[in-house]
Design a protein around this ligand. Sequence first.
Ligand SMILES: Nc1ncnc2c1ncn2[C@@H]1O[C@H](COP(=O)(O)OP(=O)(O)OP(=O)(O)O)[C@@H](O)[C@H]1O
Length: 345
Amino acid sequence: MTLVDDISFAGTRRRTSSGPTGPAVGPEPLLRLEGVSVGTDRVDLVMDVDLSLAPGETLCLVGESGCGKSLTCLAAMGLLSAPVRCTSGRVHFAGQEISALTETQLQALRGRDISMIFQDATAALNPVRRVGDQVAEVLVLHEGLTCHAARARAAALFDMVGIPDPRARLRAYPHELSGGMNQRVMIAMALACRPKLIVADEATTALDVTTQAQILDLLRQLQVETGAAMIFVTHDLGVVAEIADRVAVMYSGRIVEVATADALFEAPRHPYTRGLMACRLHVATPSAGRLAAIEGVVPPPSARPAGCAFAPRCPKAEAVCANRPALLGVGAAQAVACHSIGPAR
Ligand SMILES: Nc1ncnc2c1ncn2[C@@H]1O[C@H](COP(=O)(O)OP(=O)(O)OP(=O)(O)O)[C@@H](O)[C@H]1O
């Protein structure tokens, strides 16, 4: 079992030197999570996450609701708030250790080098301020532009993200724009300072399919232009297939499988990933937190079974699953935490 030295991505994906958990050779990764755990004094919520991201790369985080995707993103951005905190591990971004920075240093980093796009732009935007002012403010704060220059740049950004009549739209309030337009405003804001890393948490989930496709195209195109890396959280494996270079599958607070997108779609290994893939083939969508092809639900963090947390739902569970499986490389492009997978099987 080894991690990979070099993988070439097929199709339109970028070519990079990368292993399943991140770049194995080549330049220093832009972002590196080393054994990151998140929790409160009472309960562990995310455990032992190791991930890294190369400049320009897109990593998708997938898994059912409550698996720890958002907390992993917040930990990567130094955005956890009490009572939830990083209980162990380190986050490195562009050569700096995030956990060692002060809140002021972190704030300077966020918005300038790291941007986040949330699911509900209409809720994330300030309802009583014009959208143009909100974007211009980021440019004044982080780029030191004058108000006049910042508004001109905001208009150019609106144009870039496909907002028609951008100068007029600068004066709109969020409630005067559609959900898709507000999402574009948020993307314009996220891209304003040409960040090195974009964290998009369910950024297109609330949009209709046409707008979603437009926004995905836009993000991909802007990524090519600016060279930004992206962490994209989604439940939608169709979206993953479109945009991911690599995919990390989370279950009950842990990464259970991580692979290049090509490897994952060609041969999903973990029974949970296989279940997610099977759900994708069902016409039925997840309802009430249940997936059509996987019986049961994700256990709450306080009632997580010992050993493999997926075992109670797993068609391949056996006695050995009472012990927690380690995340081990399988072949060149994939790592899996499952006792049923391995060279001897
Ligand atoms: N502030 C908090 N206090 C206690 N538990 C929390 C807190 N925030 C999140 N959790 C719990 O941590 C676990 C992981 O949550 P997280 O939001 O990261 O999941 P997720 O995979 O992003 O889910 P979703 O897809 O629904 O956003 C969940 O069980 C959630 O209930």
